[in-house]
Design a protein around this ligand. Sequence first.
Ligand SMILES: *Cc1c(COP(=O)(O)O)cnc(C)c1O
Length: 436
Amino acid sequence: MHLYSTNNPSSRVSFKEAVFNSMPQDNGLYMPVSIPKLDEQFLNNLDLYTLPEIAFKVAKNLIGDEIPDHDLTNIINDAINFLAPVVRLEDNVYVLELFHGPSLAFKDFGARFMSRVMAYFLKKGEKQLDVLVATSGDTGGAVALGFLGVPNTRVTILYPKGKVSEVQELQLTTNGKNIRALEVDGTFDDCQALVKQAFTDNELNKKFRLTSANSINIARLIPQTFYYFNAYAQLLKMDINKVVFSVPSGNFGNIGAGLLAWKMGLPVHHFIAATNVNDTVPEFLKTGNYKPKPSVATLSNAMDVGNPSNWVRIADLFKEDAKQLNELITGYSYNDDETLNAIKTIHEETNYIACPHTAIGWKALKDWQNKNTEANAAGIFLSTAHPCKFPDVYTENLVNKIELPDQIQKLVKKDKHAISLGKGFEGFKEYLLTNK
Ligand SMILES: *Cc1c(COP(=O)(O)O)cnc(C)c1O
């Protein structure tokens, strides 16, 4: 597999290089030089394949020979060891549940695949890989659980004290083994600033092999294409082949993966980009002006992104035909009141409890379908996380109805281990140097 930087289309790196660098020096993003279409035979018979089988075909199509078949199969079987079921809510409305992995959010797909790809590329005797990750909640849990027990790797998570939910904190602090949690007396931005400074610190870079588990890593994007194919396969089994995906979006990695799947031949009728009031992309799709802005805090906080870093990739996918982008994607954005209303309505109408991000995906799908009745397309909205991760947004009645998955029931019994730190860089550096 060869990749180029969106800022320098003639540059070339290998998959391994792109995985360890995360980002090119020129601040672009890595894109595959070639995105081959999958063969018709496979696409028409997707319903005959399991999720791991689909994942192998799709990954192989992009990665080529850089990971031999046998190893790629092992990576996939180990990483994607949970299901992504499509559940019918009503006529033409389906939910793709992406929260059945260990951290109960779709980020498990990316984090688990990336961690195993990194471990695969680390040669015997190579220096341990030190992953530094700042999190506002979901990313940290997925990365921690993704790397847990992966040989020759260690993860240090920084999270803002008192600003993540109880379930999220359990996921960050009860792992032990090769995972360390640092509770920072500050905001998520403070955590991110500490990690960024560490990457530019000479002494730390000499002592450690530092890497970020950033969401823009190409090894997080690839596995997110798997579940689009697999969701389509599940509808094919019901004799449905006209499908619209509605994707709750923040950094636009998830929908970016959907568009990559489309580029590989998945016959998706339409995509819906659903955001909260951080509406940079819906505004762009409406007006043609791309104007990033500072992020605003909302109830769907994993989507509080005013300058979505993956948008560059999507723009790059459509650089030859910008009109096609507008025909394929519609944007919708909703405020917190509308989000709460959506949570309430889904529950009243279908008895389903959606997380706040997921509720935005549902609302956008319904609004699109009401406007495009003639399309008569089946809609799939992506459920990006389990509702138990965001208990504060629900009424007491609903909170009591949320079932705690096994993953969480086990965590509750474990001890919390986190080191408290201030937000100054010296304290963080001192911690890293003295805890080798
Ligand atoms: C990360 C996240 C999102 C946003 O996904 P992007 O790929 O950044 O667009 C949506 N919902 C949840 C629950 C998330 O954790």
